[in-house]
Design a protein around this ligand. Sequence first.
Ligand code: PLP
Length: 421
Amino acid sequence: MPIYTALQAADPDVYNALMGEMQRQREGVELIASENYISCAVLETMGTVFNNKYSEGYPSKRYYGGQQFTDIVESLAIERAKKLFKAGHANVQPHAGAPANIATYFALMEPGDTIMGMDLSHGGHLTHGHPVTYITKIFKFVRYKMKDVETGEIDYDEMREIARREKPKVLMGGFSAYPRELNYAKMQAIAKEVGAVSIMDMAHIAGLIAGGALRNPFDDGFDLCLTTTHKTLRGPRGGMILTREEELGKKIDKQVFPGFQGGPIMQMVAAKAVAFGEAMKPEFKVYAHQIIKNAKHMAQYFMDHGVKLITNGTDNHMMLIDCITSWNMSGKEVEHLFDSIGITLNKNMIADDPRKPMDPSGVRLGTPAITTRGMKEPEMEKLAGFMLKAIEIRADETALRKLHEEVKEFCLRYPVPGIDK
Ligand SMILES: Cc1ncc(COP(=O)(O)O)c(C=O)c1O
């Protein structure tokens, strides 16, 4: 375990909370589809004196002096990101995924303009126009959906029809709860027909694309891809915007800074460079492919045991379980039950869910973090087995406590980067 002696001496309260969190991560199973464990090298870089530097602007074009070394790390992050995703331009300064989305919207649209994205209950993300977000007061959002929730196929005919009617400035792909692949070529053709900019919010699948396990939207002509850097890509918390053409990239740069953000968080930019370097290695390709193999294997195991998965399987790292149909329990109840045995996932709406977001019909789970811990197909069966057992014995608190001990013992066999190694 790393030793945090200065923190322990200076602030025992924060130190103790950190120790608790480290123990929780070691002893538990992380199945939240958007989470991962970063490497020691990325973790170290995040805690460095790059934090102390203000670097408003971009490499060689800064507003303050003293940028010899910040320029090096930001340029490395940019060049590696471009290479990794075959992009013409990269902006690595967005503080997180949501600011990357918002800066992109402002770079491409005027207030009142229309953007077309995936229906939220069919998998789209809050930043794609959930009514609780401020961005919906500025832009008009229209939606496309799945044609068939049994296969997850998007209704591309309807997408085209809506696009022709609504004339969106932006046609957006991307999701936080959709287990299938989008047909980028079909979307690109629709965007071209109506004169929209094509964007893929690949936050969830960036690591899978970087590792060559899923298709790269740029290969089908997409104009722009944006992402978080901390999910499957296994980097520091942050965002990034990539464009095919340099011209569009310049617009994005202006909008990120000074349009939307102030100074970049330089230790995170440096850590992005390190993470992108890791993602370029052959081991990362193996990792990305294993994430999907693990998800498919777990999905099949669940389905073989009578569990109803939305779209009946997965093409990426995530699964959505219909808990009402499978076990006559709500997503909230299932989340709570699995929490009690040290397995963490999240309640989630399913397509056209009649229930409320805080107590929906489903749960979402994913394999990026457990794959980082070195788990493979046999472990997927073991974990799914723990979950099915918990459902079976849910009324028996003593049996659940015993199962929790078994889960802990199992987890401790799989080291967590940044904690155990
Ligand atoms: C598709 C998608 N876009 C954007 C975001 C927002 O990212 P952040 O939480 O870093 O702001 C997320 C986060 O879950 C996401 O899944």
